[in-house]
Write a protein that binds this ligand. Structure first.
Ligand SMILES: [Fe+2]
Length: 336
């Protein structure tokens, strides 16, 4: 079955804008791909994000990764049994995607999905476009993608029942949303019910909180005119990610985060999120004022109820501090 979000491609003529954005703010590495597209690296893979001038603006492809040729064939058969048209793409497209083989199909929302195996890695070390510690990818994939939908139920049937994604959780207020996992990353895919089918954001996760904070500074530019931030720094209730959102040159958003939790997909029960999407922060410029007020009230209520989550840290990036509580420290020191 599908193991991870492998790559993303977006149609845009603004290759130069995308290059300075992806390298200077996100910290990705630009790779030349002729004059029709620009690829960006995040890790040892040859490419993770592609901006394609030949693809009309507003169009995209979402690359889902499988283990091997047999898994890819099994997925194609499963899709066809469900009545989904599948194209076995030629080697020329596999070359452009830097994978061994791929198939393509569409979800009922209108997104072009690709499924592949055998991603190419580069012999050259990843060189970040600005100084960052790195992106958290590997078995968790490149991050997550969130699309907007007219109706969540249609997408639910496809992603959960046909593709076999695991439902992580879902939300009705302040907006309808459903989150899905394909590996321990709490969600690799989500849908937000906004009334239109489109692109909302994709998320990349950094290895250090300082990468995110320094990105937050850079994304705010040197004044309101150049401020790209579309949701302030905050922390999510479901994947515990500390993040902010910024506008891309294509108009959709990117979530830039740190500290996401890992779940055990074999022992997970889907949960309804009654506390809203954020424990704190994430003031969303994209929501209508009435919904912003609702989201704000839910955050304040989560704070008043003392909702807190443990930090999720990578080995070697933390030190335990003494002085958790003066009373406890003195009790412990008396024990000798
Ligand atoms: Fe997100």
């Amino acid at each position: 079955m599908i193991q991870a979000l492998g790559y993303l491609g977006f149609g845009s003529a603004d290759l130069e804008d995308w290059s300075s954005f992806a390298t200077g703010i996100l910290g990705m590495q630009a790779v030349e791909r002729g004059n029709t597209s620009r690829a960006f690296r995040m890790d040892d893979r040859s490419q993770r994000l592609v901006i394609d001038r030949d693809l009309p603006a507003g169009q995209r492809y979402i690359g889902w990764e499988l283990e091997d040729e047999a898994a890819l064939a099994a997925l194609a058969a499963r899709l066809e049994r469900a009545g989904v048209a599948v194209t076995r793409e030629p080697a020329s497209l596999a070359d452009r995607r830097a994978v061994r083989a791929l198939i393509s199909f569409h979800d009922p929302i209108g997104n072009r999905l690709e499924a592949f195996h055998g991603a190419e890695t580069s012999e050259k070390a990843f060189q970040p476009g600005r100084s960052i510690s790195g992106f958290r990818t590997g078995p968790l994939g490149m991050g997550h993608i969130v699309v907007t939908v007219e109706n969540i139920d249609v997408g639910m049937r496809f992603y959960r029942d046909v593709l076999g994604f695991g439902l992580s959780d879902y939300m009705e207020r302040p907006f309808g949303a459903a989150f899905f996992h394909v590996n321990p990353r709490q969600h690799s895919f989500a849908m937000i019910e906004t009334g239109t089918n489109g692109m909302h954001h994709f998320m990349v996760e950094l290895c250090s909180l300082d990468d995110v904070g320094q990105g937050y500074d850079v994304a705010q530019g040197d004044g309101p005119q150049s401020n790209l931030v579309s949701a302030t720094l905050g922390r999510h209730t479901n994947d515990w990610m500390t993040s902010f959102y910024l506008r891309t040159p294509a108009g959709f958003q990117i979530e830039y985060g740190w500290g996401g939790r890992a779940i055990d997909p074999a022992n997970w029960t889907p949960q309804k999120m009654d506390e809203g999407p954020s424990l704190w922060g994430h003031e969303r410029a994209w929501l209508p004022e009435e919904k912003r007020a609702e989201a704000r009230a839910m955050r304040v209520a989560a704070g008043a109820a003392g909702r807190r989550r443990q930090l999720q840290v990578l080995e070697g990036t933390y030190a335990l501090t003494p002085g958790t509580c003066a009373w406890w420290d003195s009790a412990m020191s008396m024990q000798g």
